[in-house]
Design a protein around this ligand. Sequence first.
Ligand code: GSH
Length: 190
Amino acid sequence: MILYGSTTSPYVRRIRILLADHNYQFEAVNVYEDETRKRFAELTPIKKLPLLVDEGQTVFDSHVIAQYLLNKLDLPQPSVDELNLISVVDAATDALIILFMGERSGIATDKNKLIFKLQHERLPDCLDWLNEQAKKGAFETLSYATVALISLIDWAEFRSLYNFSQWPELKQAVEPYAQLPIVKSSYPHV
Ligand SMILES: N[C@@H](CCC(=O)N[C@@H](CS)C(=O)NCC(=O)O)C(=O)O
């Protein structure tokens, strides 16, 4: 099993945590480097990380990879409520990726541009909703939704993209997992 990824991507980290106790090969790919992207394009037209190749089966997208692995490892599939949590974490993660890419492209990412305005509005709305779910105990086990939340918060803080202090229950929800070996060893780094 080969996981193509990076040591910073929040989507890749979800899969690394899911595969914590399993044998696999990790292939680091810098998708923003032209030559590497060209070679990566031979494996995937999407050219996004993560990508999994297992016994000749190529799997695109972290969600499909997660589903594939849960099946393969005989683990329970997430409930609709859990999938909703994941969708909202995704929306916040994607919003921050868009802002990050805007900054990396040298574009002002303030609310004067519709694309960035939408992300600036979406982020607090998603975090408010997740914070309410956290109060109801939604992240009390290390489910895949919790893994997604950990990956989002750590990545956003690592990249200095967002301050989560307005959402204390979210910070508290991920705190109990911070010292787990796989959570520590997969913490984003360049
Ligand atoms: N929906 C995708 C999102 C993956 C994603 O956005 N990956 C980023 C890294 S965090 C990427 O590869 N970006 C490269 C690009 O946009 O060209 C998934 O869940 O796998």
